[in-house]
Design a protein around this ligand. Structure first.
Ligand code: SAH
Ligand code: ZN
Ligand code: ZN
Ligand code: ZN
Ligand code: ZN
Length: 553
């Protein structure tokens, strides 16, 4: 069945096929010639595998629920300065009940909200000259007003100014030179910008928010110090910071203060405001959803050079993407960065992967492992400053759901004992204090830090608040409505079974994960179906709660 009419498919059933070669660039800004040539994109994730099914489920959920739930779908996007070019669009396909339906189409890689970017194009659509011209015009108008180079030159002049002449416009989020004061006279600004402030741009800039949800969650000092010390102890001397401006600035400012501190860092981020504070060797304007370097070949080369390990200086990548981001798109970009690393050293790296920390909520564990089977999840709870939920409280802490996923050997990741983490000799990794080793699962099974209990019927450990429901044939919350069997399966549409038991799903999954059986026990997927939906609810609930909190305060 073909998609009807020229209308843009509703998000009801969309599957990301991944960025594709020759994808058109988002009209947020035609990135110019370099954007077009760079449009080669990721290997499409398997349409049939459960990974994609999860996305389908996610979008299905988002497409049919109220506005608040939609939050989860929103990709953090620069709403300031006015929209920038975001590089090649991603290719999606409309699906209905597991079947690919009709035409594929391109949509913006970073904006998940049509209000932010209305870019839409059928894959096989012939775009008229007039429309192309209009698109180019629109893109030109949405470029940042200053280039990175210009910003670097401005910075040089700025630091020469006496304190009394150093102003920062809060409205324009811009360092001001005296000649520009006039223009910003009716804007709010900060005066006497100190060198210390210039070294901590993440404190000076306001965290980006789009209308719906906070896009930038900044590490609490505790977590940022922990990460940095861990990296140093592990012997890394170079850190590729992908969407981790606070870690970058901590490394950068230490390097400028302490002579013997030899760690270097390169920041890749979509937040162009950082170009005011860092040179082209320290910051690349980058979109992690489509692996797009806005600075073209030169920026690509900067990254390549940085990843080339000279004088035994080992490199690690640390990334903390927006949680609403599609894991498929992120994984494909990260694989490309790994490939860049690999290419820099033909002999040395043979079978190794670039070391990586991917910071993400624990309920994405199975999704991340789908793409990176070599990764494991650490128990460490990452805390944030400007996140009401994921924050170290004064009176006993709220448990943050955010974890570190890494391809390093888990036993090497030493977690702070003063925070209660301890080493499990059986699992050969540090676990949180509440995480009890289950003799039956033969693993420390808690994901959220609380003590989990073993269910003999489910043959696995489950959350302490769950109980076994004989109707659903799985453990779930006490308060739940048992899945009705007269509703067809979400994947194949047939009645008689649920998504979790869909034969088409297990078939295709087997096809795309031939080595699944070899995976160690601890990496077992969270049971599909109802349990995943609960995880989703968790995610949605968290965001909602933040929202309500914000309203109250
Ligand atoms: N905890 C981190 C910040 C994480 S917030 C720290 O304190 O350093 C997510 C980061 O990803 C933000 O810096 C945001 O600007 C960046 N980001 C959001 N969307 C992006 C995209 N499409 N490409 C690259 N970076 C992005
Ligand atoms: Zn201003
Ligand atoms: Zn254990
Ligand atoms: Zn168990
Ligand atoms: Zn059970």
């Amino acid at each position: 069945m073909a998609a009807a009419g020229p209308e843009r498919p509703r998000p009801a059933a969309l599957t990301l096929l991944g960025p594709a070669p020759g994808a058109p660039s988002c009209p947020h800004g035609e990135p110019g010639s370099e954007g077009k040539s760079r449009a080669s994109l990721c290997s499409a994730p398997c349409l049939g595998c459960s990974a994609a099914a999860f996305t389908k489920a996610l979008l299905w959920k988002l497409g049919t629920c109220s506005g608040a739930v939609k939050d989860l779908q929103v990709f953090p996007v620069l709403s300031y300065p006015p929209h920038l070019s975001l590089g090649p669009a991603l290719l999606f396909v409309k699906t209905s009940q597991g079947k690919e339906e009709g035409r594929r189409f391109y949509a913006c890689s970073a904006c998940r909200d049509r209000k932010d970017c209305n870019f839409f194009q059928w894959e096989d659509e012939k775009v008229s000259e007039t429309r192309l011209a209009a698109r180019e015009e629109y893109n030109r108008n949405h470029q940042p007003s200053l280039t990175h180079r210009q910003n670097v030159d401005r910075y040089k002049n700025f630091v020469l100014l006496p304190l009394s002449k150093r102003r920062f416009c809060q409205e324009c989020q811009q360092l001001l030179l005296p000649a520009e004061w006039e223009e910003h006279s009716d804007h709010q600004f900060l005066c006497d910008i100190t060198t210390a402030q210039l070294k901590s741009p993440s404190q000076l800039l306001y965290p980006l928010e789009n209308k719906k949800t906070n896009a930038q969650y900044l590490f609490a000092d505790r977590s940022c110090h922990f990460l940095l010390n861990l990296l140093i102890d592990l012997g890394f001397r170079r850190v590729l910071c992908v969407g981790t401006p606070r870690l970058h600035e901590m490394i950068h400012s230490k390097a400028s203060e302490e002579e013997e501190f030899s760690v270097r860092s390169l920041l890749l981020d979509i937040d162009f405001r950082y170009s005011q504070f860092y040179t082209e060797d320290e910051f690349c304007h980058y979109n992690m959803f489509n692996h797009h370097f806005f600075g073209g070949e030169a920026a690509h080369e900067t990254c390549r050079k940085f990843l080339h390990e000279e004088n035994g200086e080992r490199v690690i990548m640390v990334t903390d993407p927006p949680f609403g981001g599609l894991v498929e798109a992120l994984a494909s970009s990260f694989k490309k960065l790994m490939a860049v690393w690999k290419e820099t050293e033909k002999e040395g790296h043979d079978n190794k992967e670039m070391p990586m920390f991917w910071i993400f909520p624990y309920f994405f564990e199975s999704r991340i492992l789908d793409f990176f089977p070599s990764f494991s999840m650490m128990d460490y709870q990452v805390d944030y400053d400007n996140h009401a939920l994921y924050k170290h409280g004064k009176t006993g802490r709220r448990q943050s759901p955010v974890r570190i996923f890494t391809n390093l050997t888990p036993s090497m990741i030493v977690l702070p004992e003063e925070e209660g983490y301890r080493f499990c000799t059986v699992c050969q990794r540090y676990v949180s204090s509440g995480n009890q080793h289950c003799e039956i699962c033969n693993s420390c099974t808690s994901k959220d830090g609380r003590r989990w209990k073993h269910c003999v019927l489910c043959k696995k450990c489950v959350k302490p608040s769950w109980f076994h429901c004989n109707n659903c044939n799985c453990c779930t919350l006490q308060k739940h409505s048992c899945e009705k069997s007269d509703v067809g399966c979400f994947v194949c549409g047939k009645a008689g079974h649920k998504r979790s038991a869909c034969p088409s799903l297990s078939h295709t999954r087997a096809a795309c994960q031939p080595d699944k059986k070899k995976r160690p026990k601890t990496r077992k997927r969270v049971k599909t179906g109802i349990c995943k939906r609960l995880a989703m609810k968790h995610a949605i609930f968290s965001k909602r709660k933040v929202k309500n909190k914000k309203k109250k305060s």
